[in-house]
Every structure is written in C-alpha cells, then in structure tokens.
Design a binder for this molecule. Structure first.
Ligand code: 3PG
Length: 214
C-alpha cells in the first residue's frame, strides 16, 4: 500500500472526462493496463471488486503505477471498503447507497461516489453529506432526460453518469451543467485486455480527451 494524498470525490470526477470502469481477471494485466490508461491521459482508475483478483490488482497498481490514482468500484459493504483501502485504493465507487457504506468509506479515508438511481436515494446520500454522486445505471434509468429533471430539485448535486455511456453518447451527458464526468467500461475492452493490446487502450483513453468540458 502506498502513502497518498487524499482526494475529494469532486477531484476524482474533475480529473478527466471519463472514469474507466475496469474488470480484471489476471493480476498480470493490472500494471500494463494502468500504464496504458495513464499514457492516454486518464489516471483515475476504477477497478471493480467483481473478480477474485480485483484487490490484488488494486494493490499492484497502487504499488507500481504512482502516476495513477486507483479506486475500487462495486463497493457494496463495509468489508469491501475496508479491503479496498487496505489494498491501496484512494477512492470508492458504489452501485447503490447505504449509510453503512458511506460511513465505512469515511472511516477508511476513501472518497466515495455513491450510486443513485432515484430521488429518494439522492436524498439519503445528501443527508449523509454526499453531494457528488454516480448516476447508475444511467441509460437504463432515464439517461440525460433524468439528469435534466433532477437539476431542478437537486440543484446542488453533481453527477457521474455510468452504465450504457459510450464515446458517442457521452457528449450529451457532459453538456449538462450537473454532470462533471461520465463513467464507462469502453476504454478497457475485455478483448484488448486478454490480448495485451495496450496500444488500443491508450488510444481509447486519448480519444476521450476530446470530450473535455469547456
Ligand atoms: C458498471 O458498473 O458495470 C458500469 O456501469 C459500466 O457500465 P458500462 O459497461 O455500460 O460502461
């Protein structure tokens, strides 16, 4: 585990137009994949806790790729938050929100982007002090129209829509004032990872720079 500057959720969101949602099945892929994304200008990396190797991958990136800021995705429990922090994660992303996860991330020193899909979930997260949220699953739960509707009552909340977001539809999300960045898995295709095609990953990361908010 590395010692680290701590980041706020807003800083995590503002670093690049896209937070890559990463699924890794092999620890050997973690470091070259992280370096490929960093080479393309993306350094906030969400490694999802969806595979048995995820924590070891986070550990490897935290240790060997100091230019990257590795976070844990799919954080669903206090135990997940604690394990992610122990592995060296510096932020967390959750697919939904519970106060237990919110508190565990605070206790572990992890900035958290809590996942929300309804007004009630936004209110629960806000009650616990979270105002930068992941809108998940963004396309399935209403897309840009939902974010426009939320901008009235939830004028003080910023979102990272994730789920069904692509290079093609990202501009529509990023044009909204309450969207800071988007999340997506398209930067790290399973086939590219399996083949060790890191040049493609770097190119996909570079392509997202054109999405920068002005
Ligand atoms: C996820 O948690 O799986 C993310 O939302 C990624 O969704 P995507 O594969 O549609 O980008």
């Amino acid at each position: 585990m590395t010692t680290s500057t701590s980041f706020t959720a807003l800083q995590v969101m503002q670093d690049a137009p896209v937070i890559p949602v990463i699924v890794l099945n092999d620890v050997a892929h973690a470091v070259p994949m992280a370096r490929a994304l960093v080479a393309g200008g993306i350094r906030m990396l969400e490694v999802t806790l969806r595979t048995p190797q995820a924590l070891a991958c986070i550990e490897a990136i935290a240790r060997d790729v100091p230019e990257a800021v590795v976070g844990a995705g799919t954080v669903r429990s206090k135990a997940d938050a604690q394990a992610a922090a122990r592995a060296g994660a510096r932020f967390a992303v959750s697919p939904g929100y519970t106060s237990a996860v919110g508190q565990a991330c605070r206790d572990a020193g992890l900035a958290l982007l809590p996942g929300v899909a309804t007004g009630s979930e936004i209110m629960m997260a806000q009650e616990d002090g979270f105002t930068e949220l992941k809108f998940f699953p963004a396309m399935q739960a209403g897309g840009p129209a939902m974010l426009k509707a939320w901008s009235g009552p939830f004028f003080d909340v910023k979102f990272c829509p994730t789920g069904g977001v692509t290079l093609r539809n990202a501009p529509e999300f990023l044009a909204l004032p309450n969207v800071v960045c988007v999340g997506g898995s398209w930067l790290v295709p399973a086939a590219a990872i399996a083949q060790g095609d890191w040049a493609s990953v770097t190119q996909l990361a570079r392509d997202t720079q054109a999405l920068r908010k002005r």
